[in-house]
Design a binder for this molecule. Sequence first.
Ligand SMILES: Nc1ncnc2c1ncn2[C@@H]1O[C@H](COP(=O)(O)OP(=O)(O)OP(=O)(O)O)[C@@H](O)[C@H]1O
Length: 182
Amino acid sequence: MLLNGTGLALVRGGRLLFEGLDVSLDRGGGLHLTGPNGAGKSSLIRVIAGLLRPTAGAIERPAVALADDHLSLDRELSLRRALGFWNVPKLNGALDALDLSRLADVPVRLLSSGQARRARLARVLASDAPLWLLDEPFNGLDASSGERLRLAIDRHRKTGGAVVIASHQPLADSWQEMVLSG
Ligand SMILES: Nc1ncnc2c1ncn2[C@@H]1O[C@H](COP(=O)(O)OP(=O)(O)OP(=O)(O)O)[C@@H](O)[C@H]1O
């Protein structure tokens, strides 16, 4: 098993967001976190990433790559050099997959908001982490970028990776859905 969390609970801002939660994923697996705003999807992703300590429970995880709104890229560097700050062994393939190659030499500060979002996703695609954690990855992407991302995610799962996505958008049947109710 790639990811195994058992009995997870989290209190945040004085509120119990979830308790007794089990999450597990095998290689090739996909977990889709859904639920209303504030239900705790992003918080659970941060628990899985190891950035938030759960109030109860235990978690075993492999190396993870997280894409959310927090990744900082040096705005003065070119996209390629800014991403190069991270562990990105598959950078060229990732830039290609998200149609960012022609922007590789452009300073990060000149990217549009959708291009910057794709850049944060490219960091994940370029990593060699088996577990991808994607918080609302389709937000702000145009249709063709969304499709490119879907293909990259499918490819990652088919080659033995696993993916957790928090998203309000429907996903295909191959995703195991977990509804958080807050
Ligand atoms: N840094 C923080 N400190 C305290 N409480 C927080 C913090 N960040 C988020 N929360 C609270 O935790 C709860 C869950 O937030 P979270 O961002 O996990 O929800 P979500 O399900 O991802 O929501 P959305 O669909 O809006 O993205 C909310 O009530 C939020 O106010």
